[in-house]
Write a protein that binds this ligand. Structure first.
Ligand SMILES: NC(=O)c1ccc[n+]([C@@H]2O[C@H](COP(=O)([O-])OP(=O)(O)OC[C@H]3O[C@@H](n4cnc5c(N)ncnc54)[C@H](OP(=O)(O)O)[C@@H]3O)[C@@H](O)[C@H]2O)c1
Length: 234
């Protein structure tokens, strides 16, 4: 890609969002990313600067539309435009439905589903200007339900439906949309500490390479829903 392009990634302080940021920066794309904790955002920004100086860490919580509007404003102030939005921030709490609290339910729905809408809502006018790209990170849990998964399954099934319906609306504005549904990725998700035992899993960098491949596709084609899994599950 030769033109100057700018991405905003939610939840980029670690895991998948960090991996996507790294690959985009290595490929000449300017990156703004968010997280809720200032210390984590500053640490990730320092680490990402080794790949490119064109990186901006922003403290933002996707559960707040106002906060996402500010994040988009900072991104455009810093880099002058916004081409790619990757709605990635999310969390999972896994418990039997009779034990899941209302607070835990709301935390997942507000972050994983409403947050994805807020990030789009805050950025859509900028994406119209650049005829950009909107990518969401759902999960294979957005197609397959499992024990202890009610809140997480509901949020991720929701992201698949939301992104596909948004795709139909947004393509009228020449904005492309893709929902990615990864299997197990070696991250800090659900309290995991990535180690050698995770070597069979998708790595965060693999997610970055997938996003880069999607962004590079010919404008006439649109991979609207992608299931992405480890070749050999443990
Ligand atoms: N790892 C997997 O196996 C897997 C598989 C399929 C799908 N996914 C999905 O991939 C996405 C990324 O997860 P991950 O595996 O990279 O997990 P992770 O290592 O725990 O990273 C999650 C990121 O999201 C941020 N975040 C959480 N809540 C946020 C909020 N309200 N506002 C802004 N940022 C927030 C976190 O930063 P702070 O906590 O500091 O805010 C962190 O940067 C999630 O949507 C997850 O559901 C993961």
């Amino acid at each position: 890609m030769s033109d100057h392009k700018v991405a905003y990634i939610t939840g980029g302080t670690k895991g998948i969002g960090f991996g996507i940021a790294k690959v985009l920066l290595e490929n000449g794309i300017s990156v703004a990313f968010s997280g809720r904790k200032r210390d984590d955002v500053e640490k990730a920004e320092r680490e990402l600067k080794q790949y490119s100086e064109n990186v901006l860490g922003i403290v933002s919580d996707v559960r707040s539309l106002e906060s996402e509007e500010e994040a988009v404003k900072y991104t455009v102030e810093k880099f002058g435009r916004l081409d790619f939005v990757i709605a990635n921030a999310g969390l999972g709490i896994f418990k039997p439905v009779d034990e899941l609290t209302a607070e835990e339910w709301n935390d997942m729905i507000d972050t994983n589903l409403t947050g994805v809408f807020y990030t789009l809502k805050a950025s859509v006018e900028e994406l119209k200007k650049t005829e950009g790209y909107y990518i969401t990170v759902s999960s294979l849990a957005g197609a397959n339900f499992f024990e202890n998964g009610t809140g997480y399954n509901a949020s991720k099934f929701g992201v698949v439906g939301f992104t596909q319906a948004a795709m139909i609306d947004l393509r009228k504005h020449n904005i492309k949309s893709t929902v990615i549904m990864p299997g197990s990725v070696a991250t800090n998700f659900n309290g995991n500490v990535p180690s050698e035992k995770d070597s069979w899993k998708i790595q965060p960098e693999d997610m970055g390479n997938l996003v880069l491949d999607i962004l590079k596709m010919n404008p006439r084609v649109l991979p609207s829903k992608i299931e992405f899994r480890a070749t050999k599950p443990a």
